[in-house]
Design a protein around this ligand. Structure first.
Ligand code: ATP
Ligand code: FE
Length: 355
């Protein structure tokens, strides 16, 4: 099976071709055109600008993905497209692009939940069977999921306010660093002292695996303001130390809550002790290492996709499409773009344009 994937739910326009032959999955191409520069001067993604840029770039991305794979439309078995959740203008642009190509080339269309794309990616890059525990940690989400199939997700807990990716981005902004904040803060943290600032680790005293990250950015803000009041500004070493302290707090919370989620999960699935992580924040090496130790301590396996498949891409969408086809989920063009689409409601019944 060979699928084209299309992704445009946030600020990356992406197209990819994924093929599965003899049980082996291969990413034949993965084009990601990021709009970072476009939104830079606004300090955040501007939905209208994003939608227009997606509409302009989608066709080029699709052409590039096919060219890099060395394939034409007639070599494809279908098109998988992100149908939500995300910025609605961007999702609509992607769905329109996919519909057009599918109709013109007579190809089946497979609507994919962006979050399912993230959560299924570890199966594209590793030998991972259902069920497994997933920590999905990205720009807009942070949740523990019991993944039992391409459409079977049970939420075990998650953030009660901000997502960690958002907190990384806000921290970068507070320190006058560029976007996206994740990789920049990670880079700064490498030369910083994680112990100079002791930021809060909320909810650790509470049972369960819910998390909170909104207090963390307030703490970074206060620490910054105290330094500015004290010394008239920030030195580079201050930025490094603030980043290191912030990242250590996020990693500690994710690790401790993963420990609990894993215990809960392993009590239910002792035969398959496995935790996987995905989403943009899973590209963070310190966080990956913290989770790997948690898994090792618990006697569980750990897997994480390569960095370029953690942040938004279309290979994960093509792969999720293949997973759905393999699970006998019928292709359909009877669906609408959705701004909200919780993962535990991915069943196709909810997809009909009848709302
Ligand atoms: P969602 O998937 O929840 O809808 P999204 O698609 O916007 O949100 P992703 O592309 O999955 O988010 O992830 C982007 C987020 O990941 C950004 O907030 C970014 O700062 C963060 N991120 C990327 N690389 C790293 C890193 N190395 N360390 C920490 N965070 C990172
Ligand atoms: Fe994402």
């Amino acid at each position: 099976r060979t699928l084209l994937g299309i992704e445009s739910s946030c600020d990356d326009t992406a197209a990819a071709v994924v093929r599965v032959a003899d049980g082996e999955a291969e990413v034949l191409s993965s084009i990601v055109d990021s709009q970072t520069d476009l939104h830079a001067e606004f300090g955040g993604v501007v939905p209208e600008l994003a939608a227009r840029a997606h509409a302009e770039k989608l066709d080029l991305c699709v052409e590039a993905a096919l060219a890099e794979a060395g394939l034409g439309l007639s070599d494809l078995d279908g098109i998988a497209v992100t149908a939500g959740p995300g910025l609605i203008g961007g999702v609509i642009s992607g769905v329109m692009c996919a519909r057009g190509i599918a109709a013109g080339a007579g190809l089946p269309l497979i609507p994919v939940n962006h979050l399912a794309g993230h959560a299924l990616t570890p199966r594209l890059t590793d030998d991972l069977t259902f069920p497994y525990l997933m920590l999905l940690v990205s720009g807009g989400h942070c949740q523990f999921l019991l993944v039992s199939g391409p459409q079977e997700f049970k939420r075990l807990g998650g953030t009660i306010d901000d997502a960690p990716g958002e907190a990384f981005d806000k921290t970068a902004r507070l320190l006058g660093l560029p976007q996206p904040g994740g990789p920049v803060v990670e880079g700064r943290a490498k030369s910083g002292d994680p112990k100079r600032f002791r930021f809060p680790r909320p909810l650790l005293d509470r049972p369960g695996c819910d998390m909170s990250f909104s207090g963390l950015k307030t703490a970074v803000l206060r620490a910054r303001d105290a330094l500015v009041a004290d010394q008239g500004g920030l030195y580079e070493i201050d930025r490094d130390d603030l980043c290191a302290g912030f990242q250590a707090a996020v990693a500690d919370v994710l690790a401790e809550k993963s420990r609990r989620a894993l215990a809960e999960y392993m009590a239910l699935n002792p035969a398959q002790p496995m935790i996987a992580v995905a989403g943009g924040v899973a590209a963070n090496t310190a966080i990956r290492e913290a989770l790997q130790s948690v898994a090792a301590e618990a006697g569980a396996g750990f897997t994480a996709p390569p960095l370029r498949l953690c942040t938004d891409n279309a290979a994960m969408i093509a792969w999720a499409g293949i997973e759905l086809l393999n699970a006998q989920v019928p292709p359909t063009d009877d669906f609408s773009a959705r701004p909200r689409w919780p993962l535990d409601q991915t069943s196709p019944a909810l997809l009909g344009s009848g709302k």
